[in-house]
Design a protein around this ligand. Structure first.
Ligand code: SME
Length: 178
């Protein structure tokens, strides 16, 4: 089952930000994330807080959440905010699978330009661009990926990559910039 093209009442279409506004929004979100998670050790609480505060401040975050490594080269959906996410993604499929497989951040300016079902998995037909980052624990072991979708094209760039790698690296484990 995947999400319908009709957005539910609590979901709004994305609004892209200028670089200046994007940096300001990440700075504010980061302040609030750091303050809320100060001394917090529970990984689920960290994930829900990061999802909530980034989605609050970044107006182009249509879907935001974690897929967690579960079983042999498989991901299962974890904490997220947005429309219905796909439950399971194999390491061999989609942008999430590629980020897990290569342990490297993926920026997709136009999801529909990728081969559907293999290079990209459309959990919601409204998603048009996407960034996916690997998430590591303190031992540098991959524990999942962090996925953000926008309902507009070209929402994500090096600014998103840089801030998100900092946030995830600080609260989980070293995300090695590549
Ligand atoms: N588009 C992702 C699947 C997850 S959804 O975006 C929530 C992918 O291609 O891996």
């Amino acid at each position: 089952m995947s999400a319908s093209a009709v957005m539910p009442y609590f979901i709004k279409p994305s609004v892209n930000l200028s670089t200046v506004d994007k940096k300001a929004a990440y700075e504010q979100a980061m302040l609030e994330i750091d303050a809320t998670l100060n001394g917090e050790a529970n990984a689920i609480l960290k994930m829900v807080t990061i999802n909530c505060l980034l989605k609050t401040h970044l107006s182009y975050y249509y879907w935001v959440g974690f897929y967690l490594v579960s079983g042999e080269r498989k991901l299962s959906v974890g904490p997220y905010q947005g429309t219905m996410g796909c439950l399971h993604i194999d390491f061999s499929k989609g942008v999430c699978g590629r980020a897990a497989r290569e342990e490297k951040t993926q920026i997709v300016p136009d999801c529909h330009a990728l081969e559907q079902g293999s290079a990209h998995i459309a959990c919601d037909p409204n998603s048009q661009s996407e960034i996916v980052l690997p998430v590591f624990n303190q031992e540098q072991k991959l524990i999942g990926v962090f996925d953000v979708d926008s309902s507009l094209k070209n929402s994500f760039d090096e600014v998103d990559k840089e801030y998100l790698e900092r946030i995830l690296g600080k609260h989980f484990g070293g995300v090695i910039s590549q």
